[in-house]
Design a protein around this ligand. Structure first.
Ligand code: TRP
Ligand code: SF4
Length: 400
């Protein structure tokens, strides 16, 4: 397992739907067996836009965690927690706010976009402007290497990188830094030390990202270094300061191809979604009444799968054989639309049976979910304590 940490969060928006599963969640499930992962409920982020309806957030949290567990997020592999239960996130957010230029936040595309989109809410607030900086704190707290997010969130990860860089530049200064780096290079040993210097030159002179990655790996593998030397070498590799907070990278989640039951993107706010846990009768009805190729008015009219949202469902759920059957049958009017929908209905219902079965113990025993989260919060807090100890120290706050 790679030691590079993965961090991601989700706002508690209520029961999750199949678009969430086939987008973010399936990706998280895959990542948890490859990396140490932290997944959290971004309840403070939800408050930035829904500060006037806190009761909704409270109900949604537990439903959402059960959906994560139903999807296969495994608490013995991943750390699951709630943002507000690790108040260090707020402290880091505050401390980062001291040195973050206002313009950086005003320029984040989601700031204006969301204000326009959610025009019924007053989002001219301090909290909403700070949304991406709070997100930066979430990520930097765990010194994450990777942040799985959708395309809309990439600018937030970019901002996080800039915030980390600026922080390290301002607070990673250290008396005698160059000498300490030289000594640390010495500890790497002759061959490794020489390689390190070469990789640094390649990165600094040619901006070669691969060299940066290799340099980091080389430091990771060097057993003879203490933590402070490691931070110096990582910082020196990319710049001329000690690295306190590490720059993460976005891991772009491929947009889910899951259409809603009206053919548009599945979204709770469009009222076109199928929940991850929904009863089979309701799923059957929703899919049976889905629109199909508008040109196929009568059963005898041939159709074109490319113009039909049901075809998109086949692409998510069906085998190659079934897809072949759809293509041929649709274009020759050999099959009817209800025939065509049946394998999709069966596949969705079968998938949901798994979710329902995995969720049942947690639905029956809410204390079980609470204890998983309590345990995750403890683990997250332990990492957060380490980061905050370093951050307070370099910011001159470690009074004794
Ligand atoms: N802003 C993210 C969203 O709306 C949620 C989020 C909050 C997040 N903090 C995060 C995602 C940290 C990744 C990492 O989807
Ligand atoms: Fe769509 Fe299938 Fe009907 Fe063709 S047969 S129009 S793919 S539902």
């Amino acid at each position: 397992m790679s030691p590079e940490r993965v961090v991601s969060g989700m706002r508690p928006t209520g029961a999750l739907h199949l678009g969430h599963y086939h987008g973010a969640l399936k990706n998280w499930v895959r990542l948890q067996s490859e990396h140490p992962c932290l997944f959290f409920v971004a309840d403070w982020h939800a408050l930035t836009t829904h500060y006037d309806s806190p009761e909704v957030i409270e109900q949604n949290i537990w439903e959402m965690v059960i959906d994560w567990l139903a999807a296969g997020i495994d608490p013995s592999q991943s750390i699951l927690f709630i943002q507000s239960r690790v108040p260090e996130h707020a402290e880091l957010h505050l401390l980062l706010s001291m040195s973050t230029p206002l313009g950086w936040l005003e320029r984040v595309p989601t700031y204006k976009d969301q204000q326009e989109k959610l025009a019924d809410r007053d989002l001219a607030t301090y909290g909403f402007l700070g949304y991406p900086l709070l997100q930066a704190a979430d990520i930097l707290m765990y010194r994450a290497a990777w942040v799985p997010v959708g395309e809309d969130q990439v600018p937030h990860v970019e901002l996080t990188r800039e915030v980390a860089r600026r922080f390290n530049h301002l607070f990673g200064r250290e008396p005698g830094f160059e000498e300490k780096v030289k000594a640390a290079i010495g500890k790497l040993g002759g061959k490794r030390g020489k390689q390190y210097v070469e990789l640094r030159t390649r990165y600094q002179e040619q901006g070669d990202e691969a060299a940066l990655q290799q340099g980091r790996a080389l430091i990771d593998e060097a057993g003879s270094l203490g933590l402070a030397d490691r931070e110096r070498l990582i910082g020196y590799l990319a710049g001329s300061r000690r690295m306190i907070l590490s720059e993460p990278q976005a891991l772009l989640t491929e947009a889910s191809r899951m259409p809603g039951i009206d053919g548009h993107k599945m979204s709770k706010s469009y009222g076109n979604s199928i929940a991850m846990r929904e009863d089979p009768a309701s799923v059957t009805k929703k899919i049976r009444t889905m629109p199909t190729d508008p040109a196929r008015v009568r059963r005898t009219d041939p159709g074109e799968p490319e113009r039909c949202p049901v075809w998109q469902l086949h692409q998510v759920y069906s085998t190659e054989d079934t897809r072949q059957w759809v293509q041929t049958g649709c274009r020759s009017a050999g099959i009817g639309c209800l025939d065509c929908k049946q394998p999709v209905i069966d596949a969705v219902v079968a998938e949901q049976q798994q979710f329902l079965a995995r969720a049942q113990p947690f639905v029956d025993d809410p204390a079980l979910v609470r204890s998983i989260i309590a345990d995750g919060c403890d683990k997250a807090r332990r990492i957060a304590h380490e980061t905050m100890r370093d951050v307070r120290e370099v910011m001159g706050l470690a009074y004794r």
